[in-house]
Design a binder for this molecule. Structure first.
Ligand code: C5P
Length: 399
């Protein structure tokens, strides 16, 4: 099912519901908006109708709806999200009151329910509101915690609606989670590493980190616990993912090993520098003192080390090649004892480094291969993780 029901209540943060709708639409999900009567004092239902392309629902007895709309709609959705949710709607849902469309609909819904509260901090922290939230949690309802920040009442406090991005990412996790990823730790590395010569000069590469970030985001959506170990790139960190920032390949190595024992899957999508300076300086080296031939040495191959110390972890490597894709990628897979290698042709300008799109080949140790044709890095990541999910399931079946 590709439809979300979005309940909006009468909070000043109601305007953020527009961004929430847009973000769902980008994920190919349709949104049906349900407003409380009081919410219509802030925004007209037509606004959400225009944005969502579907008639906004407010009243239970609306002639434009199907005769028993709350039951019919409940069967069509994969999630009921209420954002923003006021203290009043939370109290109503907690007590099972059904006196308008949204509260009646809640009782008919069988899919997951997610609530994003927005209210003054004192109201949110009031024991009654907290008791209502607990009751709903006990009934399986999930919450996106409000954040600290500026509130409409002029105060700064902890009742502000979570960001649309966070709300949508949490929603996607509820819709897309798969049992095989539950309680599994997936470690993803992303971006370049930077090998310093001195405090101002370094050796690095053109990796943007986009592929690794997408992999981390998609792994979270599938229900995994995710640690993203990233080199120096400044991308928006994915919701729900633990981010560790490193600079050099040695730092990346240490960060990966910190999680290796607990990890079920390690995806090394970082472009780890292959070389570093043999000699480095803590102070800037004066131009006159620099020789024209700087000596380099190989960095430790993290993936190869992981491969040799593997104890049940599923290891995924990346290979960026300019020729002989299959042979070179397969050699790497064997040498590093990988379970899957993702290979792309970095000589192409339209895909790969820095781009939003990619085209990759997947190779497995048993000789199987698959092409994921040119598409967004988001879609490529989804496909890669689908394959990883299948491999995890297969392992479970074999044990
Ligand atoms: O051998 P090559 O560098 O092409 O292999 C690429 C793969 O190995 C990538 O998955 C990359 O993250 C990993 N790698 C590594 N440590 C290095 C170099 C590459 O883990 N020093």
């Amino acid at each position: 099912m590709n439809k979300i029901a979005l309940g909006v209540a009468s909070s000043i943060s109601i305007y953020k519901a527009a961004d929430i709708i847009r973000l769902f639409q980008k994920e190919d999900l349709a949104v049906r908006v349900i407003m409380t009567e009081k919410a219509t004092r802030f925004i007209q239902p037509d606004f959400f109708t225009a944005l969502s392309g579907e008639e906004t629902i407010v009243n239970l007895f609306d002639r434009r709806q199907r005769p028993i709309e709350h039951i019919a709609l409940a069967d069509e959705i994969s999630l009921l999200l209420i954002a923003p949710a006021t203290a009043n709607i939370i109290a109503k849902l907690a007590s099972g009151l059904a006196d308008d469309f949204l509260s009646t609909f809640y009782l008919a819904v069988k899919s997951p329910v997610l609530i994003a509260p927005a209210m003054n901090e004192a109201m949110f922290l009031h024991p009654q509101t907290q008791a209502n939230i607990k009751k709903l949690r006990d009934n399986g309802v999930e919450f996106v915690e409000p954040e600290a920040g500026y509130l409409a009442c002029g105060q700064t406090g902890g009742g502000r609606l979570a960001s649309p991005e966070k709300i949508v990412q949490t929603s996607l996790r509820l819709i897309r989670r798969q049992p095989v990823f539950k309680d599994k730790l997936i470690v993803v590395t992303a971006g370049p590493t930077r090998e310093s010569l001195d405090p101002v000069r370094f050796l690095s590469n053109r990796s943007s980190g986009k592929m690794g970030y997408e992999l981390a985001r998609q792994a979270y959506q599938l229900g995994a616990e995710v640690v993203l170990i990233k080199g120096p790139v400044e991308l928006e960190p994915p919701t729900g993912v633990k981010v560790e920032t490193v600079v050099s390949s040695e730092e990346m190595r240490q960060a990966v090993f910190k999680y290796y024992d607990q990890a079920s899957v390690v995806i090394m999508s970082a472009a780890v520098s292959d070389f570093r300076f043999r000699q480095t300086s803590l102070k800037k080296i004066r131009k006159e003192k620099l020789t024209l031939n700087l000596e380099l040495e190989r960095t430790p191959d993290i993936l190869e080390e992981l491969g040799h110390l593997k104890r049940g972890q599923l290891l995924v490597g990346f290979a960026a090649e300019t020729a002989d894709l299959k042979t070179r990628a397969s050699d790497k897979m064997k040498r590093k004892k990988l379970d899957l290698i993702v290979a792309n042709d970095v000589s192409r300008e339209d895909i790969g480094f820095g781009r939003d799109e990619n085209e990759v080949y997947l190779f497995w140790p048993d000789g199987r291969e698959r092409l994921i044709g040119k598409t967004s890095k988001r879609k490529v990541s989804q496909e890669i993780l689908t394959e990883i999910g299948a491999m995890l399931n297969e392992r479970k079946g074999n044990n």
